[in-house]
Design a binder for this molecule. Structure first.
Ligand code: IPE
Ligand code: IPE
Ligand code: MG
Length: 244
């Protein structure tokens, strides 16, 4: 397919960065602290990375904060994580709003407490006109669950089999309207997706660093973006220089 050669060179700064914020527990453990201290340090870091995203010119940032599988953790840790999420909204919302950040949520809100759900919906409503940075928070998110939910919706709405295609599928996901991630970053060195954006990341570039999330600072983030800029994204085609 000659057409693929003409695929436009991607912008050097990824439009959409998605981050698996992993390693909070090990960060804490290595300091002799409880795991929840690691989660708190992780949220402190998130503020810095949001700020850096705005500075670097990233338009969409999606962060994996709580997976559908994380319900399998000890109840005290789950409770702590819910609490931290609530606190973050209470403490950071006004500042984020002032900075022009639009908050969105991907995943299922149903399973969260009514109080937390209300806070999330309030934050989405307050910031919906902002456009400096779109911040998708994946909380109670799972890629498989997202696909199952999309199919359920299609069936409920009476979509016929012939109508189903890749474009339509994308429109039924929580990320509808958001471009696919260009770059997925995973901290703490694990080499797996852990059910994050499994549909959307089909052609994302991956960057994995051994650094634990609370230590992943602006400099490390810059390094990830620099590495991204050297990648040759071919999307299954052939790039110009490899074509005689
Ligand atoms: C990531 O850190 C945050 C969440 C999954 C909520 P972890 O809690 O997974 O930290 P590690 O992987 O155990 O070090
Ligand atoms: C992925 O990290 C989920 C989040 C970062 C929220 P996990 O720590 O839950 O993933 P596994 O268990 O190592 O695959
Ligand atoms: Mg982990």
């Amino acid at each position: 397919m000659m057409g693929n050669i003409k695929h436009p060179q991607p912008e050097k700064i990824p439009q959409h960065v998605a981050i698996i914020m992993d390693g909070n527990g090990r960060w804490a453990l290595s300091r002799g602290k409880p795991r929840l201290a690691g989660h708190r340090a992780g949220t402190e870091n998130l503020r810095r990375i949001i700020q850096a995203s705005v500075e670097f010119g990233v338009k969409y940032l999606t962060i994996y904060a709580f997976s559908t599988e994380n319900w399998g953790r000890p109840p005290a840790e789950i409770k702590g994580l819910m609490h931290i999420f609530e606190n973050v909204i209470d403490k950071e919302l006004n500042e984020l709003h002032k900075e022009g950040v639009q908050l969105r949520h991907i995943g299922r809100l149903e399973k969260l407490s009514p109080k937390l759900r209300k806070k999330v919906l309030g934050a989405i409503e307050l910031t919906k006109e902002n456009n400096k940075l779109i911040l998708n928070i994946a909380f109670n998110y799972g890629g498989r669950d997202e696909i199952v939910y999309a199919i359920q919706k299609m069936i409920t709405e009476g979509v016929s089999p012939e109508e189903v295609n890749i474009e339509m599928m994308s429109q039924y996901l929580f990320t509808a309207g958001t471009p696919d991630p260009d770059l997925v970053i995973r901290t703490s060195g694990e080499l797996r997706t852990s059910n994050f954006l499994i549909w959307q990341s089909a052609y994302a570039e991956w960057y994995i660093t051994p650094t634990f999330w609370p230590d992943f600072d602006k400099e490390e983030y810059g390094k990830a973006l620099k590495t991204y800029a050297t990648r040759d994204r071919r999307f299954g085609g052939v790039s110009e220089e490899h074509y005689e």
